[in-house]
Design a protein around this ligand. Structure first.
Ligand SMILES: Cc1cc2nc3c(=O)[nH]c(=O)nc-3n(C[C@H](O)[C@H](O)[C@H](O)COP(=O)(O)OP(=O)(O)OC[C@H]3O[C@@H](n4cnc5c(N)ncnc54)[C@H](O)[C@@H]3O)c2cc1C
Ligand code: SF4
Length: 483
């Protein structure tokens, strides 16, 4: 009922927001100029208006200046170990943490991380810097360092318009190194603003080719959708390519409550504000926006290659090639997981990542894979209350896995919290069961969820293939204050 009211509220306000947005859109367009990166307290990187010292928003275009923190940070020259002045410990970024509690479940030191309301808080006396929380956090909100209050990240080298060193290729959203839905939405919009400045809508293109769109947007998460809507709003020709279904990453969150801590402006829609709504509500809003605006998203089109052809780019999916003058990459950071290719793999109970262990408490889970990530998932899930875990691997023994994981798995199998099925192959996923083949025999087991962890392509590998430069940057961490 709550979700329904939230959704109805969104729709009722849509008309007002569209009207407001069209008014605001005009002022954005006129305020926007070529955008060199400027440090905070200087001209806004988007519209060049002077932002008063200490102000977090541009007084003219309203863009949160925190968005440019990573882009503006200079490339780090220091050695990774330099400045290690104290014992390793975890630090939470209060401005990024969404309060999901995943780090608490992942941390092996009881009490080292606790939740205070919607914020994770580290107890320095108990934290010993394991770093399990860093890998577990879905939004990059936590890091482990040696008291330097600096988070070392390796990110694509981008300018203030989110354009990479490969001119014409823009990188937005989580792929650029910053988490959160609001950042993704803002960055997608800003990148397309820049495209529209370079390719004014309505003008005849010098290449004169009708088979070439102005912009190809890859990915239909919050960043890609926002970029697509901005292209539509500005009258650019575009194509949006998505490897899965619409907003696939968000769709695959395991039963999660979302939080946008403040309203975020979506092109052609208006201000969206979700406080503790479900992912289903957010997806419903996305789908309604897509339906109402007529935004075309080509789903199940995985982009596998991008190559320059003169002034344009050729973008290849397994089915066909597209030509575009500019490319906006909004791939997120989860990459392209390898799939098993078995019947039933598209069911909603199949996941390729475990971002919230506790969401699987009390469930019967089959984990598939024989690497570190599969073992870590199985052991982590086995620590949840009442979860029954089966780990299925087709090999007769594990290959190269970390000793630590091998021991943890051995202990879990001994305790009986993980059932290990070596030499087994998943053949089919059905709503209530899974079908496995073990030593040539078919075995049917009751099942609630399947976690497939058999590798895949990391998005940064894809970036490197197309020539995007990745650089190390040190971002200062403001320690989280419990609120
Ligand atoms: C469990 C969980 C909870 C979270 N909770 C919150 C929250 O409460 N609040 C918040 O603000 N943020 C939250 N986040 C973070 C937020 O979801 C991300 O920051 C946001 O989705 C990033 O948007 P994006 O568009 O950059 O990438 P994504 O949402 O990851 O979208 C990328 C899209 O690109 C597609 N894609 C990838 N590769 C290709 C390819 N080669 N070809 C075609 N398509 C491709 C993917 O299928 C996907 O649909 C959470 C994340 C997780 C995992
Ligand atoms: S996992 Fe990340 S987002 Fe979730 S509570 Fe911990 S620090 Fe915050």
């Amino acid at each position: 009922m709550g979700d329904l009211l939230t959704t109805l509220g969104f729709f009722a306000l849509t008309g007002v927001f569209v009207w407001l947005h069209l008014r605001r859109g005009g002022s954005h367009a006129s305020a926007s100029a070529a955008a060199p990166v400027a440090p905070r307290g200087r001209p806004c990187a988007r519209c060049q208006t002077s932002v008063p010292e200490g102000s977090t928003y541009c007084p003219s275009c309203g863009i949160p200046q925190q968005m440019y923190e990573l882009v503006s940070a200079p490339e780090s020259r220091r050695e990774a170990t330099e400045g290690a002045v104290g014992a390793l410990r975890a630090m939470v970024r209060g401005d990024i943490c969404v309060g999901c509690g995943t780090c608490v479940a992942a941390c092996p030191e009881v009490g080292a991380i606790t939740m205070r309301g919607k914020l994770a808080v580290v107890d320095d006396a108990l934290c010993v810097g394991h770093g399990e929380c860093v890998a577990a956090c879905p939004v990059g909100g936590i890091s482990v360092n040696a008291g330097t209050a600096v988070n070392r990240v390796v990110v694509p080298d981008l300018d203030g318009g989110f354009q990479s060193n490969v001119r014409g290729v823009f990188i937005v959203g989580e792929l650029g190194g910053r988490g959160l839905i609001k950042n993704a939405i803002n960055e997608g919009k800003i990148a397309v603003e820049q495209v529209a400045r370079e390719l004014p809508p309505g003008e005849v293109r010098p290449d004169g080719r009708e088979d070439t769109v102005d912009v190809c947007i890859v990915g239909s998460g919050p960043a890609g959708l926002s970029a697509g809507l901005e292209a539509l709003r500005r009258g650019l020709s575009y194509v949006v390519l998505e490897q899965g279904s619409l907003s696939d990453t968000v769709r695959k969150y395991p039963r999660h409550k979302l939080l946008l801590a403040e309203p975020v402006h979506i092109p052609l829609y208006g201000d969206l504000w979700v406080a503790d709504a479900s992912k289903e509500t957010l997806l419903q809003v996305w789908e309604t926006i897509v339906a109402n605006t007529g935004l075309q998203v080509q789903t199940y089109q995985k982009v596998e290659r991008i190559a320059r052809d003169g002034e344009a780019f050729v973008i290849g999916t397994p089915e066909r090639e597209w030509r575009a003058r500019r490319v906006v990459l909004a791939l997120g950071r989860r990459g392209t997981p390898r799939r098993l290719g078995v019947p039933g793999e598209d069911l909603a109970k199949v996941f390729y990542d475990v971002v919230e262990m506790e969401a699987f408490a009390g469930r019967r889970v089959l984990v598939v894979g024989g690497g570190d990530s599969a073992i870590e998932s199985a052991v982590g899930l086995a620590n949840q209350a009442g979860t029954e875990v089966i780990l299925s691997y087709r090999g007769q023994e594990f290959g190269r896995v970390k000793d630590r994981n091998r021991h943890k798995l051995g202990a879990a199998v001994e305790r009986g919290t993980v059932r290990l099925m070596l030499g087994s192959q998943l053949r089919e996923v059905r709503p209530e069961v899974v079908v496995l083949e073990v030593d040539g025999q078919t075995t049917i087991l009751p099942n609630d969820d399947v976690i497939v962890r058999i590798g895949g392509e990391a998005p940064y590998t894809f970036l490197e293939k197309i020539g995007v430069r990745l650089v190390p940057k040190d971002v200062p961490i403001a320690p989280a204050k419990a609120g």
